[in-house]
Design a protein around this ligand. Structure first.
Ligand code: AGP
Length: 599
């Protein structure tokens, strides 16, 4: 969703801010703006893209500035609603992510005192509040004003009377500061500043930071000094670059062999699986998984793996529903939140709700330093920055971590013998190479996808652990190609989805060899008899399948609980190429944001 940037240093701020904003474009936005500090604050903002902003902004000199990409929540995507918002009387400009929940009452109070508002946003109360408290010290006025504010924020403010500093604050929305000699950067996430520096400070909830040429000073909201060391991120600056690929999504799909090796590094060896979890899970009687979107689909897969390998019962809940459910959770439960960004508002809130009931908590998270890492012990998926809005490598790495967790639990509880763990580990260690073999087939998948460029709907079906993969295949396709797509468990066909089948409707059937393979062939027969065009995803060496489907896409033969990862890669490429052939905006699909930081 919205992105915040800021720069203070030795370079001209304007081009740096534009570059930082471009790097946050993937978060999703509909308007953009910047403000440069000087004798006066010079702002430029527009509805549309960062490129539009560049084209309407006159050259402004200055070494300090802030910028924003806005994803409309309060008020339409217009130039007036774009950030920065300003208090002209005091010369204060503010960019803000999050939602000010009590903005209506603050706004009415400020209007009563003669303040004029120019936008429909909640954010505009902030510069006026800061202005109201301003007595020559921006930091002090931000501190005082924020005590009146309810809601979430990551914000950056500059002031024309103190043109040598940026003041930042955080509560509930991500904020990271980058350091490179005398140059300082502000961003909503590390991917934004990775080109400039890997040395960062994560601002924590309830903290205020003051950035000047002398460095960064952090305090809590009540003014207590905070000491925090600069962390060096173990990330390749190339990780946030396109590196010759046409889209980030394609690059991220092709990174998966390396990602899986990284996910397994130090955790999977011939000695078994070692997750180095800092918690004792022997007493856990039930696992409750909380997640949204793709991460929820990963959770559904996790249920099959965990119940199969450890015999611990699992329930999987959509986080946005769970938080309002009055859930029955207690200290016998392990609650697992799965989130790529670690910042999804509903998942964070659901985890807090569960935690208040005394359960054990574990996060499966990709982004280091994200909100979820402050809520609980986390297992990192180690997929690296994921820029494409459509989750790809983060999904397969979540599936991989869930497999490791389920085998570790099964082994601890003696449900799995050493021999079966070793056998599974042997198959796991082939996974990176097997993903590469799927990727080598990309031209065939591209050709197959081209046949369906004009399809007006798709159905995806699977059974068992392939059912969540069917859901994910459908989500991926609709997200980036805007074609209606439904995933369902093939056994449900006759309970509804069969009504959608007519001549030529494409059905993607995940038909890899497992215990329900024969049942799935029966389901394929049912759709085929009604005119569907069936694409089967099948194991290498399966000759039977060709009698049932119109087209076959192959994956290497492997364990039935590892095969879904390979099928996911096929479906990612399939979705990518359908969207590609349709000429869609693949990395930034309409209306979507990479991390959903508001409810
Ligand atoms: C996936 O392609 C989507 N972008 C979306 O469903 C995403 O998985 C969901 O918003 C959850 O995000 P998270 O994993 O960062 O919590």
């Amino acid at each position: 969703m919205c992105g915040i940037v800021g720069y203070l240093g030795t370079l001209e701020a304007m081009p740096v801010l534009f570059d930082l904003l471009k790097r946050l474009e993937y978060r999703g936005y509909d308007s953009a703006g910047i403000a440069i500090a000087g004798n006066s604050i010079r702002t430029s903002k527009t509805k549309g893209s960062v490129d539009d902003l560049v084209s309407v902004t006159p050259n402004v000199h200055g070494n300090i500035g802030i910028g924003h990409t806005r994803w409309a929540t309060h008020g339409r995507p217009t130039s007036a609603n774009a950030h920065p918002h300003c208090d002209d009387a005091r010369g204060i400009a503010v960019v803000h992510n999050g939602i000010i929940e009590n903005y209506t009452e603050i706004k009415e109070r400020l209007i009563g005192r003669g303040y004029e508002f120019r936008s429909e946003t909640d954010t505009e109360v902030l510069p006026h509040l800061f202005g109201e408290h301003y007595c020559g010290d921006l930091e002090a006025s931000v501190r005082e004003a924020l005590s009146d504010v309810r809601g979430s924020y990551a914000l950056a403010a500059i002031c024309e009377s103190e043109p040598d500093k940026i003041v930042v604050a955080r509560k509930g929305s991500p904020l990271v500061l980058g350091v490179c000699g005398s140059d300082f950067f502000v961003a909503s996430d590390v991917a934004g500043i990775l080109k400039y520096t890997r040395d960062v400070i994560f601002v924590e909830d309830g903290e205020i930071g003051v950035i000047t040429g002398d460095g960064i000073r952090l305090t809590t909201l009540d003014g207590t000094p905070v000491e925090r060391d600069v962390e060096t991120m173990d990330l390749d600056p190339e990780a946030a670059e396109m590196s010759g690929y046409e889209h980030f999504m394609l690059k991220e799909i092709f990174e998966q062999p390396a990602v899986i090796r990284e996910t397994f590094s130090g955790r999977v060896s011939s000695g078994g699986i070692d997750l180095d979890l800092g918690m004792d899970l022997r007493d856990v009687e039930r696992i409750v998984v909380l997640a949204c979107g793709t991460s929820h689909n990963a959770g559904l897969f996790g249920r099959y793996a965990i119940e199969r390998f450890s015999k611990i019962p699992v329930v999987v809940e959509v986080a946005s529903e769970f938080r309002y459910m009055n859930p029955i959770i207690d200290d016998r439960d392990l609650v697992v939140a799965i989130t790529q960004s670690g910042e999804t508002a509903d998942t964070l809130a659901a985890m807090r709700e569960a935690g208040s009931r005394g359960c054990k908590k574990l996060g499966i998270v990709n982004v280091l330093g994200s909100g979820m890492t402050r809520e609980c012990e986390c297992l990192f998926t180690r997929a690296g920055p994921e820029i494409g809005v459509a989750a790809t490598k983060s999904f397969t790495s979540q599936l991989a971590v869930l497999l490791l967790l389920s085998v570790a639990l099964g082994s601890d509880r003696k449900v799995l013998s050493t021999a079966s763990v070793n056998e599974f580990v042997y198959e796991l260690r082939q996974l990176g190479g097997n993903i590469q073999r799927v990727l080598n087939d990309a031209p065939a998948i591209k050709e197959c996808a081209a046949l369906f460029t004009d399809a007006d709907r798709f159905l995806f079906m699977g059974r068992g652990a392939n059912y969540p993969i069917a859901l994910e295949g459908a989500l991926k396709l609709k997200e980036i190609s805007y074609v209606p797509a439904e995933g369902f468990p093939a056994g449900e066909l006759k309970h509804g989805p069969l009504a959608l089948i007519s001549e030529g409707v494409p059905v993607i059937a995940i038909a890899t060899r497992d215990t329900v393979y024969d049942k799935l062939l029966g389901n394929i027969k049912e759709v085929e008899a009604r005119g569907a065009t069936v694409v089967g995803i099948a194991s290498e060496g399966d000759t039977e399948i060709t009698k049932y489907v119109n087209y076959v896409l192959r994956i290497p033969d492997t364990n039935p609980l590892i095969a879904p990862i390979l099928s996911s890669v096929v479906l990612q490429l399939f979705a990518y190429y359908v969207a590609y052939h349709r000429g869609c905006e693949i990395d930034k699909p309409r209306n979507l944001a990479k991390s959903v930081t508001v409810e």
